[in-house]
Design a protein around this ligand. Structure first.
Ligand code: ATP
Length: 270
């Protein structure tokens, strides 16, 4: 079967309401929403609209969610691909995929391009001799730089990219006119975790003993993705036990299970 070139979503339903916490990051991307909706407002005085911004932060903190919400708020199509898709790719495929992606996005402009895990293609050149497909990765990266330089500021396509390792990226990516803005997306603090719980509790049948203050205090170090996982897991545990509502004990069991999973994952990494 033929691999999908990239994802394309012309009717994004995600909005800022779906993104809990991250006030600073949301404020910064609100400006990008504005650029997409009212470009003339910004260019009348000779200013140039930025072409790209880097979303930087640990895994599962909502970078993809936030990028999607920008498209949803601006009501523009969302084109996305992941840097990891380019690993082990045949010669020339990466570059041509990037070319197609930008072509489509320009045709459908105003639009958003989102590149997840940009570090997989954007690692500093020549630094990692371990991977055999370095040349192809470089070709892909060069094509990306070419595309970003190629489209005029009035193309009204904004490229968002996510990484948890901004420090290893090729500096060429961060040059003016490319990803010259960085937006930090951090792990949530206790207050933000409470907000994230509130978002993910919405669809559940909840017991009266559920308390988001308590849950947020039980989950230090959890990312938004971990919290989404806890909520889903708790609902499954409750259902398995034949309950009509998801209660506090189900959440405690779910938290234990997620912590167990996190510990295993960390063991593999270290
Ligand atoms: P990665 O770096 O692993 O790709 P990411 O930062 O892009 O992670 P997302 O894929 O956006 O993280 O998050 C995964 C899921 O976790 C989201 O779809 C959402 O359900 C939940 N989530 C993460 N952060 C938040 C948040 N701030 N508010 C609400 N839900 C969140």
């Amino acid at each position: 079967s033929k691999a999908k070139l990239f994802d394309q979503n012309t009717e994004v339903k995600t909005t800022f309401k779906d993104v809990a916490g991250l006030e600073g990051a949301k404020e910064e991307v609100q400006e990008i929403v504005d650029f997409l909706k009212f470009p003339e407002k910004y260019t009348t005085l000779g200013g140039k609209i930025p072409k790209g911004a880097l979303l930087v932060g640990p895994p599962g903190t909502g970078k993809t969610l936030l990028a999607r919400a920008v498209a949803g708020e601006a009501k523009v199509p969302f084109f996305s691909l992941s840097g990891s898709d380019f690993v082990e790719m045949f010669v020339g495929v990466g570059a041509s995929r990037v070319r197609d992606l930008f072509k489509q996005a320009k045709e459908k402009s105003p639009s958003i391009i989102f590149i997840d895990e940009i570090d997989a293609i954007g690692r500093a050149r020549g630094k990692n001799a371990m991977s055999g497909s370095n040349d192809e990765r470089e070709n892909t990266l060069n094509q990306l730089l070419t595309e970003m330089d190629g489209f005029g500021t009035n193309a009204n396509v904004i490229v968002l990219a996510a990484t948890n390792r901004a420090d290893i990226l090729d500096k060429a990516l961060m040059r003016a006119g490319r990803f010259d803005r960085q937006i930090f997306v951090d792990l949530p603090d206790v207050r933000e975790r409470k907000e994230i719980f509130e978002v993910h509790l919405r669809p559940l049948k909840k017991a009266k003993d559920l308390d988001t203050d308590f849950l947020s205090k039980q989950t230090p170090g959890f990312s938004g993705a971990d919290i989404a996982n806890v909520c889903n897991e708790a609902a499954l545990i409750a259902a398995r036990n034949g309950k009509k509502e998801v209660d506090k004990q189900d959440f405690l069991d779910a938290v234990d299970r997620i912590i167990g999973g996190l510990e295993k994952k960390n063991k593999i990494i270290t």
